[in-house]
Ligand binder design. Structure first.
Ligand SMILES: [Zn+2]
Length: 215
């Protein structure tokens, strides 16, 4: 049984090396969650253009890692200068071109220069396209990790904090923290998650086993 909700999610799956990209059509608005690697972004943008999807008004980055952000310039080339938004420390790192904490140096992937705005986490009402969504801090995989939660429908865009099978993101990369990740997962377990859209791997739209802490 599908969950009644007022928005529509299209997933562009990235596989292991690229994050997934989600297009969320929210009433008259549309936005993207993450930008993936350049190839995934190009395929997603082409698909959106061909199939007359609404143009996204913004990209919300769940965190700063290169496999979630490298596709930003590709999407901007097609959809124009839309705002790119990330938690403050992630936005700073991306604006500065920090190859260490983004994982660009570690994975040998060039970090494109980009202008990222600080996401006003406590006041998601500033963003009409996010109507109905809350932005929640879930540090641990990285210090800037956030999730988007639609409380009314139980839809969670979880970035690399939790995955479909109850797996969790790694905490050993720069700015990661196991103790923060444990706290974030304990927090996510308090939410009534009915559909899970993680940064990698499949989405789960019924019988969600979200946030079974392995610790
Ligand atoms: Zn990551």
């Amino acid at each position: 049984m599908s969950i009644p909700h007022s928005f529509h999610v299209t997933a562009f799956y990235g596989g292991f090396e690229s994050s997934n990209i989600f297009l969320v059509e929210n009433g008259p608005h549309a936005f993207l969650v993450d930008a993936g690697m350049a190839e995934t972004a190009a395929a997603a943008a082409e698909d959106m253009r061909k199939n007359d999807f609404p143009a996204p008004e913004a990209i919300i980055l769940t965190h700063r890692h290169i496999d979630h952000v490298a596709g930003v310039p590709v999407i901007k080339r097609i959809f124009g200068e839309i705002p790119i938004l990330a938690e403050r420390s992630g936005a700073r790192a991306l604006n500065y071109g920090d190859k260490i904490s983004t994982g660009a140096a570690l994975f040998g992937i060039p970090l494109p220069s980009m202008s990222v705005k600080e996401l006003q986490i406590e006041d998601s009402s500033l963003y009409p396209f996010l109507e109905g969504f809350e932005i929640l801090r879930t540090p641990g995989h990285s210090e800037d990790s956030i999730v988007l939660f639609h409380r009314k429908s139980g839809f969670l865009f979880s970035g690399d904090t939790v995955f479909a099978n109850g797996g969790v993101g790694r905490w050993d990369l720069p700015t990661g923290s196991l103790s923060e990740l444990v706290k974030s997962i304990e927090f996510l377990r308090t939410l009534d998650v009915k559909a899970l859209y993680p940064g990698h791997g499949p989405s789960v739209e019924s019988g969600v086993l979200c946030c079974i802490t392995p610790f």
